[in-house]
Ligand binder design. Structure first.
Ligand code: MV4
Length: 496
């Protein structure tokens, strides 16, 4: 087993990884920027090293500094979390060179999966259905026109070096091709340093469904079912769930097995996600995410498998602790990402001091948080402060629990997106599972619901008198607990 793990990340995911280390009795080290000196993950770690200024390029993204700190700390492994350097082949290679185990796929496989055109090849060759599109990158405008008319409009032009939606251009007819090709190429070159783009048939309003995979160094590769992540805004997921309300057990087994097999054929090692678009009953491969993902807890809640512990086992050279036959999905889980952002101000970030904090609990509730009362959320990084996960015996119970827990959650000091989540948990389309990637923009009533929830003392009283009155009471109890404590502390301070 690994002897000491350096966690090369911050916030809630750093805490999440260190929790797995504690349970496995593996010492853990944190690295942090000057902006994070008071952060929860720094306090939680066995040891912590400041590696530079707030700006990520000078701290969390500085490969040389991170590796040097890992070596000096005596760590024999690095867990990269998500974002930052998690899928950077140069980082994995630098770790390998320094004799430190990178907890994730090899540098070679990271490079392969980072090349979206190459990843499409790998998947198609393994029999995974991919979105109809070009099997090479396209540079010549005439070639682009020919390919696009073969696919039929609309088409979408994507950077091969990218992912996550950045720089993608939808083209509705041949008149737009030339401009879109140029635009996407220049964005691709500027953002990813690779000018290559490819063309796919554009699917109008698909669902986003992804499979969680685990692959060890002994040739075992399994899947842990799917997550549906259609509730998103500008490529930022806000709500994820498992299982998807539309995937049948047969489809799950078939697509999960295909995805696991495909990943194994590429020599993949570790936890990974195979992303699909789902439209009219069919799956179309999009890309592979070669990291632990933000939304992994919903899969943990329905399968009982601790994905981070499996990552650590795999990196230690041990076999997976569970076989495909033993994986069972039980019930339903939903995750709401709790962000310091204002849903009434175009979801603009609202960093600041958390003067009051009360987190929900009770049956079926899990909170993965990176904050505490008094903590100041810095403005330099992603606004995610915690994740609220609700499990139920079925989707309805999970939604009801999530709604209840959201009303217990008290965050005083800055606006959060909690009112947005409260509105979605009462949205009829969401409740019916009728969601696609355009859900938020289509549900134009959500903003009014959010306004009502915020302005009417956290209730939708006019519309839902009984339910909301109950919820408001729950919130009041939770809030008073927090505020009473703050009041007493202030009195103690005044007396001393
Ligand atoms: C697409 C698509 C429709 N058709 N590709 C955006 C993120 C990246 N992972 C892939 N994305 C898309 N690719 C084809 N051929 C629509 C999207 C898309 C999307 C995908 C998943 C989740 C949210 C999305 C929001 C807008 C567009």
């Amino acid at each position: 087993m690994l002897k000491k793990i350096l966690v090369a990340n911050r916030g809630e995911i750093a805490v999440r990884v260190m929790r797995a280390c504690r349970e496995m009795e593996i010492p853990c080290a944190a690295i942090y920027s000057e902006a994070d000196k008071d952060a929860l993950f720094v306090k939680y770690a066995d040891e912590a090293y400041c590696i530079g200024p707030a700006r990520a390029s000078q701290s969390y993204l500085n490969i040389e500094k991170v590796i040097r700190t890992a070596v000096e700390s005596g760590a024999d492994a690095i867990h990269p979390g998500y974002g930052f350097l998690a899928e950077n082949p140069d980082f994995a290679a630098a770790a390998e060179t320094a004799g430190i185990k990178f907890i994730g796929p090899s540098s070679r496989v990271l490079a392969l999966m980072g090349d979206k055109v190459a990843a499409r090849h790998v998947m198609a060759k393994a029999g995974v259905p991919v979105v109809p599109g070009t099997d090479e990158c396209v540079t010549d405008p005439d070639r682009a026109l020919k390919e696009a008319s073969g696919l039929g409009y609309p088409v979408i032009i994507k950077p091969s070096g990218g992912g996550g939606g950045i720089g993608m251009t939808v083209v509705s007819d041949e008149k737009g091709i030339m401009q879109a090709l140029e635009d996407t190429q220049s964005i691709a070159a500027n953002t990813f340093g690779i000018r290559d783009v490819y063309i796919e048939k554009y699917l109008q309003n698909p669902r986003h469904i992804e499979f969680q995979i685990l692959a060890d160094s002994h040739g075992n590769a399994i899947h842990l079912g799917e997550r549906e992540c259609s509730v998103q805004r500008r490529h930022q997921k806000l709500i994820e769930e498992s299982p998807s309300p539309v995937v049948t057990p047969r489809q799950r087994n078939k697509m999960g097995d295909l995805a696991a097999r495909a990943i194994r054929s590429a020599g993949y090692e570790g936890a990974g996600t195979v992303e699909f678009l789902y439209s009219e009953g069919r799956f179309y491969f999009l890309e592979v995410n070669a990291r632990i993902q933000v939304e992994h807890p919903v899969t943990e809640m329905v399968t009982g498998v601790d994905i981070v512990k499996e990552q650590i086992r795999i990196a230690s050279g041990l076999p997976l602790s569970v076989s495909q036959q033993k994986v069972r999905m039980h019930g339903s889980a939903i995750e709401c990402r709790i962000n310091a952002e204002d849903p009434l101000n175009d979801f603009a970030p609202t960093p600041g001091r958390l003067i009051g904090y009360h987190s929900p609990g009770g049956s079926g509730i899990r909170v993965d948080s990176g904050v505490y009362t008094g903590y100041i959320v810095p403005p330099y990084y992603d606004p995610i402060i915690s994740k609220l996960i609700a499990w139920g015996k079925d989707r309805n119970e999970a939604i009801t629990r999530m709604g209840r827990a959201l009303y217990e959650y008290v965050i005083v000091g800055f606006r959060t997106n909690i009112p947005f989540h409260k509105a979605v948990m009462e949205n009829q389309r969401f409740i019916k599972g009728e969601i696609g990637t355009h859900f938020i923009e289509e549900e134009t009533g959500l903003l009014d619901d959010i306004r009502a929830i915020i302005e009417q003392g956290q209730t939708l009283a006019d519309r839902l008198p009984f339910k909301s009155a109950q919820k408001a009471r729950v919130a009041a109890i939770a809030a008073s607990a927090v505020l009473t404590r703050m009041y007493h502390q202030q009195r103690i301070r005044q007396q001393t």
